[in-house]
Ligand binder design. Structure first.
Ligand code: ADP
Ligand code: UDP
Length: 238
């Protein structure tokens, strides 16, 4: 049995622990919820548990669809055992509908359909507010090779196909989402998390927001919305 050992890193929403196996880590999902690059942080009861179980469920679906993921085993309500990846410091964002920073940047109307879906890269750097970058910059600064970037893009679009269908069946629109990848023995593997903290989900009929925009925009009912998403997908919470 793999044992949790020392704390490796405390992020905004998760704490990462080393384990007795040098190739494995434990991700502990906390209740902390942050917005605006960590400028606003609040504790939301049950969020860590919901996101951990939701993330495990989604990563299993992606693994079954042929996307290599970090996930090894669900350890506890708020903990998952994962492969230790050498993280690539670039976030991959796919959008099926306009929202968030795209609306602010281009002045387009929230909710317009994007066909084909868009693909953007952002540098993971809170101090710089995660600036938008591109493949050329990522290659030149050595964040990832051209081959790794092509694989990240291929896997992100594949995840979009799988997840759009999954959420559609549960009465939701997958508006956009962010993925982070890392390297394990040279292979590009999906890391971090997929949860309502890092995607936008709207009810198909009413377009009610069921994701972290409820927190960002002070709409209330944040955890209730996350729980509703999990329930609609059939994720076992209790
Ligand atoms: P942040 O760093 O943005 O505040 P989190 O609170 O989610 O985010 O912290 C989790 C950290 O762990 C992130 O820096 C993420 O890149 C890193 N991470 C996620 N999954 C893995 C993994 N499988 N192996 C190594 N590091 C990981
Ligand atoms: N996102 C994220 N972490 C980030 C930036 C964005 O998880 O550091 C997610 C965000 O939740 C949304 C998508 O990526 O689902 C696109 O985010 P956007 O560029 O619109 O930025 P935002 O306005 O959400 O900061």
């Amino acid at each position: 049995m793999v044992q949790k050992t020392t704390e490796l890193y405390r992020g905004k929403a998760k704490t990462v622990y080393n384990t007795s196996d040098e190739n494995l880590l434990v991700l502990h999902f906390r209740n902390d919820t942050s917005a605006f690059d960590g400028e606003r942080i609040e504790q939301l009861d049950r969020k860590g548990m919901i996101n951990n179980k939701f993330n495990f469920f989604i990563m299993q679906k992606l693994e079954q669809a042929g996307i290599p993921t970090q996930v090894e085993a669900l350890l506890a309500d708020d903990e998952v055992l994962v492969k230790k990846l050498a993280m690539i410091p670039v976030e991959c964002v796919v959008r099926n509908y306009a929202a968030g920073s795209l609306v602010r940047r281009l002045g387009v109307t929230e909710g317009i359909a994007l066909s084909p879906a868009t693909f953007e890269l952002f540098l993971k750097n809170d101090a710089l507010h995660d600036p938008m970058v591109n493949e050329s910059l990522a290659e030149s600064f050595g964040w990832a090779t051209a081959e790794q970037l092509a694989e990240m893009k291929r896997l992100t679009f594949k995840a979009n196909d799988v997840l759009q269908a999954l959420f559609d069946d549960a009465g939701m629109l997958l508006v956009d989402f962010k993925l982070e990848f890392g390297l394990f023995n040279g292979q590009v593997v999906l890391g971090d998390e997929f949860s309502p903290d890092g995607c936008r989900l709207w009810d198909k009929a009413t377009r009610k927001k069921l994701d972290k925009d409820r927190f960002r925009q002070g709409l209330g009912g944040v955890v209730e919305a996350y729980e509703e998403v999990a329930n609609r997908l059939g994720v076992k919470l209790d």
